[in-house]
Design a binder for this molecule. Structure first.
Ligand SMILES: NC(=O)NCCC[C@H](N)C(=O)O
Length: 315
């Protein structure tokens, strides 16, 4: 007995075949989670990694930290920050455990950058942080967040070097952590989806672009005087973004007062103990929520560095 022909059935392109018509951007929401098209629209989801015993380094400098950390205090501060996010209505995702955790893995902002259509996984620049991105890939996948790109070859990139200045344009800081190969790969990827990346050179002796610039509303960025790349300031001004320069760079240096995360337009979560910076922000009409970072900052980062941004309102 001959089988009935499969020709003209849906599986083989017959009349019942239903072709996929929506593009990947349209799948964000219905199929996939996450995405940002700004640094300041209402924050919805973050990725955090609570510090564990791995932060206790024998050689603090070799571990890329500034001073020894007390684990109990570091954990308590991290818990307070996570609580501040939850209080602000932000969902907190966690990076899973790994067998041999590296000392800086709590700095989630460095381990991926978010785009409107998914994440670009970092490829950290030092041996000390190499591989931290693997557990972050697990966390993003588990949360249903698309990973648009894993960098290849000799590219090195840390997420804190990528900052969106408008819905179609980001800056990428070229420096110690992010190299030309990564910039080429990221620029190519973003061009494919209609977005532009503008590379800016960062001064020798600096770490990330995030350390010199923070966009807190559609028309306002805070920048570090004489450290922020000229092209970055010129481009933001040309796009109608007012660039306000820090009045007190010493406080920003000591207390990481620029290391903030926008919870929404002109509303930031910042390290506590920055009276002058707080007054400066409030003078610009920015609402401030403060959280202690006195212990965690000894590892050379604060709120912005510790927070992987997974989702904000878009559009
Ligand atoms: N985005 C940041 O500024 N992250 C801080 C990372 C500090 C860490 N000790 C590092 O050297 O990578």
């Amino acid at each position: 007995m001959t089988e009935p022909s499969t020709f003209a059935t849906a599986a083989y392109g017959g009349a019942g075949w239903s072709p996929r018509r929506r593009d990947h951007a349209g799948d964000m929401g219905p199929l996939w989670s996450g995405g940002i098209d700004s640094e300041w629209k209402t924050l919805r989801t973050v990725l955090l990694r609570r510090p564990g015993p791995e932060i206790a380094a024998e050689d603090v400098d070799a571990a890329q930290q500034l001073a020894p950390l007390d684990l109990g205090r570091a954990q308590a501060e991290h818990d307070r920050m996570a609580e501040a996010y939850r209080d602000a209505g932000v969902a907190v995702l966690k990076v899973p455990e790994v067998p041999r955790p590296a000392p800086n893995r709590m700095f989630c902002a460095d381990l991926f950058a978010m785009t409107p259509q998914g994440a670009i996984l970092a490829r950290p620049a030092s041996t000390v942080r190499a591989g931290e991105e693997v557990a972050v890939a697990h966390a993003l996948a588990a949360a249903g967040v698309p990973i648009l790109r894993t960098l290849t070859g000799t590219a090195t990139f840390e997420g804190a070097d990528l900052i969106w200045i408008d819905a179609a344009t980001c800056l990428i800081g070229r420096g110690l952590r992010t190299n030309d190969a990564a910039i080429a790969q990221i620029t190519g990827l973003l061009a494919e989806i209609g977005l532009e990346a503008v590379a800016v050179d960062m001064p020798f002796g600096t770490m990330h672009l995030m350390g010199m610039l923070s966009v807190v509303d559609a028309d306002l960025a805070i920048a570090w005087p004489r450290r922020t790349p000229h092209r970055a300031v010129a481009l933001m001004r040309a796009r109608g973004i007012d660039v306000a320069f820090l009045p007190d760079a010493d406080e920003a240096q000591a207390n990481r007062g620029l290391n903030v995360v926008a919870l929404g337009p002109r509303r930031v979560l910042m390290p506590d103990g920055n009276a002058a910076m707080r007054g400066f922000y409030e003078g610009l009409g920015i609402e401030v929520v403060a959280t202690p970072m006195f212990e965690l900052r000894k590892a050379a980062g604060a709120v912005g560095c510790l927070t992987g941004i997974v989702a904000r309102d878009m559009g």
